[in-house]
Write a protein that binds this ligand. Structure first.
Ligand SMILES: [Zn+2]
Length: 162
């Protein structure tokens, strides 16, 4: 963190503690060059994320859509609703914590694959194979949308991955 007094980057955290009923972390900082002291606050920001598709089109991030595509990949697998919701929440948190409001649709696909990999091999292979299959040729967001709409053709494609 840059010193607000002398603009030096040589600053250090002296003390961190929660504030506002743990919604905030308050940090006391000191500048190693001018000795200036200042305070910063760290708080959760639930971002309005925007998905940037491969063709550059932008669209508001839709958690439900993500959730539906994960559920389709996990169809008939021994995974509880709660596990899947935790997985989706984890992905959303990761996206929020990049510090960017724009996320690439590819990035979401990779995070889903990563998360499913640790949870269920079959669901992972289903998702990964369709993801990779469509990777070059198609817009992944559109594909996820189709998955969510669950047309018969797409469902067959998903099942072939088993
Ligand atoms: Zn300073």
């Amino acid at each position: 963190m840059r010193c607000p007094f002398c603009q030096s980057l040589n600053t250090h955290v002296k003390d961190s503690r929660p504030a506002e009923d743990n919604a905030v972390i308050r940090r006391r900082r000191v500048c190693g060059d001018c000795g200036g002291r200042f305070t910063t606050f760290e708080r959760v920001q639930l971002r309005e994320l925007t998905v940037v598709k491969r063709d550059g089109k932008r669209q508001a991030f839709d958690r439900d859509k993500l959730s539906r595509s994960v559920r389709i990949a996990a169809r008939k697998r021994p995974l509880a609703d709660e596990q899947l919701e935790r997985l989706v929440s984890g992905i959303v948190r990761q996206l929020e914590s990049t510090g960017e409001t724009d996320v690439q649709s590819d990035q979401i696909g990779l995070l889903v694959m990563d998360a499913l990999k640790g949870l269920d091999d079959v669901a992972y292979v289903r998702f990964a194979s369709v993801y990779k299959d469509f990777r070059e040729a198609r817009d992944f967001e559109e594909f996820v949308e189709e998955l969510a709409n669950s047309s018969g053709v797409t469902a067959k494609r998903v099942d072939q991955a088993e």
